[in-house]
Design a binder for this molecule. Sequence first.
Ligand code: GLP
Length: 241
Amino acid sequence: MKLRILTRNEIDREIADIFIDVVNNKPGSILGLATGSSPLGVYKNLVNAFKEGKVSFKNVKSFNLDEYVGLDGNHDQSYRYFMNTNLFNHIDIDKNNTNVPNGLGNVELNAKQYDKMIEAAGGIDLQILGIGSNGHIAFNEPGTSFNSLTHIVELTQQTRNDNARFFASINEVPTHAITMGLASIMKAKKIVLIATGANKAQAIKTLMDDEPNVELPASILRRHKDCTIFVDQEAASLLKK
Ligand code: GLP
């Protein structure tokens, strides 16, 4: 696992360039995408690169990490809506080739099928991740098995509080989510993780200092052979110099 300490703008540019390289080298790439504020700048850069003719997503397939249970894709806090409005609507990707876990209907079955769909597509070439303040990746909360595949989770109070700012009130934040598991994420050929801001500093310190431990889900990434953690100065503030 590599660590890069950069400014927010540099992180957004570097990771967008990694995406562009991967897609230009393999136009039928399978991209693993994330929601949250962390990847937003990368997505903006990708939209700009597409508009400038530097990359096409025509043959790309994508798989998102997670979705709230109970929200349909038209709900403005659903992750499907987030992906459409922040990326898919502005590039030439075929929406039929974009996948977000389905948080409606038989969610257990949807979860079971998701890893099979990723595998059938050929596996994820490049996965982007954010990190929760408690060290979660996707919605894999502390304590999640390192062997987990896509599954349904009950969100912790901390995660619901962190995400409450996007909803009218905490009561409207869903209690459950469908998420790719830690083993599903580890299958990606290449992984980049973004952590910016002081509220990620403790998670980043534990990630860099300690051995992999289920109490910090992101720590499984230490076992990945091509994973880079991109942090800004604030998120790096508790690291030993
Ligand atoms: C949510 C998402 C995660 C994301 C995390 C951090 O809980 N499920 O995938 O990494 O929030 O969000 P942000 O990037 O807004 O800090």
